[in-house]
Design a protein around this ligand. Structure first.
Ligand SMILES: [Zn+2]
Length: 459
């Protein structure tokens, strides 16, 4: 009798487990069926993969991709196709963060009963309108030339991403046959460098060290350090471009003095530097619509003072993601409040019915106090006026900082510039990084200048 009861209990458990598993499977199938069916690995089901997908438009309704006669077609201008490759994607879903990879379900309009080929009256492919200006992206692509790099411009009042270009790139009609992974013409070609890469920042990071001081120390602006070009720390040398002498925070940033910012980071200490950078969203992936970015790195937990010093000038193990730098700049420009950047402006059905509009979905983060943000903006503005000259961004009352991030001995540095316009009618933040190239002001400066002048229609 007892044995029968044990058997029936075991059997009940098995039946319960089976039914639970079946239920879970059905639920997952229902929820994820569109994703499974439209996965790039099922391309054979879909002809060229997107042959009946909806349109992708830029902010001015320029058609970037559409479908006609069972074919996926892209913009007629080869340079717009190349500039928008990483944003729009290609037929083969090589670019995992692209709209055609991440918004496949929306573009295709999947039906649970009829799958990928519903009858005409049930077809529900959607059009996606982006915040991007394709003409500005084309100008950015041209300015980047043959370099490997990234350009991003964002409206810091609204969060709209206006320009996002990554090189190397290719024409989606002619995907390259890559035989050698190390081929410099195609190194990391499938990565959108704005979203999916982080780079040694060099001196642009001094803005972060300055922000940490302003948030933590009452006397930050008046603090003086003396640069004699070389400073011994832990019996090793931290070096500077010149002997800058006595400097306060504003003038040290304008001269981009390594000794000042290394000394400042050492005096602030590991705890304040770690905790402030974490609050500024370092070591964390950011979410841009459905896209998860590569995190920026900052960690001095196990470092000595020499390493902590170099971390304060953007070397050591520091890495900065270009989109994250835009998020920081948006906070600096906007009194500490950073509006989250986004790409998707609207998703609508083919009859024009709007299914999603960004206006109801804008988010923001308070990253800095108003006092710190305003002081940083004014120091970066002073830097443009006294160092680079306003001719770099004529009429834009720009605030900016350049950087030259040293990577390895057999590579040239990463050239950086980031900043924005303080004008009410041109509220744009920008970031340019060029890998393995040269000095920030010489390489990245002219690219940022070209793109901002075209966008703000100044000469
Ligand atoms: Zn110096």
């Amino acid at each position: 009798m007892r044995e029968t009861r044990i058997r029936s209990i075991i059997l009940s458990f098995i039946i319960f487990g089976f039914l639970f598993g079946l239920g879970l499977l059905s639920f997952k199938l229902f929820v994820n069926s569109a994703t499974y069916a439209l996965s790039p690995i099922n391309r054979h089901l879909l002809g060229n993969g997107l042959s009946r997908a909806g349109d992708i438009l830029d902010r001015n309704n320029v058609v970037l991709a559409h479908s006609e006669d069972e074919k996926r077609l892209y913009n007629q201008d080869v340079n717009i196709r190349k500039a928008l490759l990483h944003t729009v994607g290609d037929n083969e879903s090589h670019i995992q963060t692209s709209i055609q990879s991440l918004y496949r379900n929306e573009l295709y309009g999947y039906n649970f009963i009829f799958g990928i080929d519903p009858p005409e009256f049930l077809k529900n492919s959607n059009n996606i309108k982006l915040t991007i200006d394709s003409n500005i992206c084309k100008i950015a692509l041209n300015a980047l030339g043959n370099n490997r790099g990234a350009v991003c411009v964002c409206n810091y009042k609204t969060g709209e991403i206006i320009c996002m270009v990554s090189t190397p790139t290719y024409d989606p009609y002619k995907p390259p046959v890559i035989t050698n992974d190390k081929d410099p013409n195609y190194e990391g070609v499938y990565l959108n460098r704005v979203l999916s890469c982080s780079f040694t920042p060099g001196s642009v990071f001094k803005v972060v060290t300055a922000a940490c001081a302003l948030e933590n120390e009452q006397d930050a602006e008046d603090r003086i350090y003396t640069c004699k070009k070389i400073m011994d720390v832990d019996n090793k040398k931290i070096t500077c471009m010149a002997a800058h002498g006595e400097k306060d925070l504003k003038n040290a940033l304008m001269r981009s003095c390594n000794i000042y910012f290394a000394s400042l980071a050492i005096d602030l200490g590991k705890d304040k530097m770690n905790s402030f950078t974490n609050s500024l969203l370092f070591n964390k992936r950011l979410q841009i619509d459905k896209i998860s970015t590569k995190e920026s790195n900052y960690n001095v937990t196990n470092s000595n003072n020499y390493e902590l010093g170099w971390s304060g000038v953007g070397q050591y193990t520091d890495l900065l993601n270009p989109m994250h730098s835009i998020v920081i700049l948006n906070a600096i420009a906007n009194s500490g409040e950073s509006i989250d950047p986004y790409l998707i402006k609207e998703i609508s059905e083919s009859d024009g019915t709007i299914k999603y509009h960004i206006d109801n979905n804008i988010n923001s983060h308070t990253l800095l106090t108003k006092s710190t943000a305003d002081k940083l903006k004014s120091m970066m503005r002073y830097n443009v006026q006294k160092n680079y000259g306003d001719s770099l961004f004529p009429g834009l009352n720009a605030f900016a900082k350049t950087g030259t991030g040293e990577t390895s001995e057999n590579k040239k540095p990463n050239a950086w510039i980031f900043g924005g316009s303080t004008n009410e009618n041109t509220p744009y933040s920008f970031c340019v990084v060029v890998e393995d190239s040269g000095f920030g002001i010489n390489v990245a400066g002219p690219i940022a200048s070209t793109v901002m002048k075209a966008l703000c229609k100044v000469k």
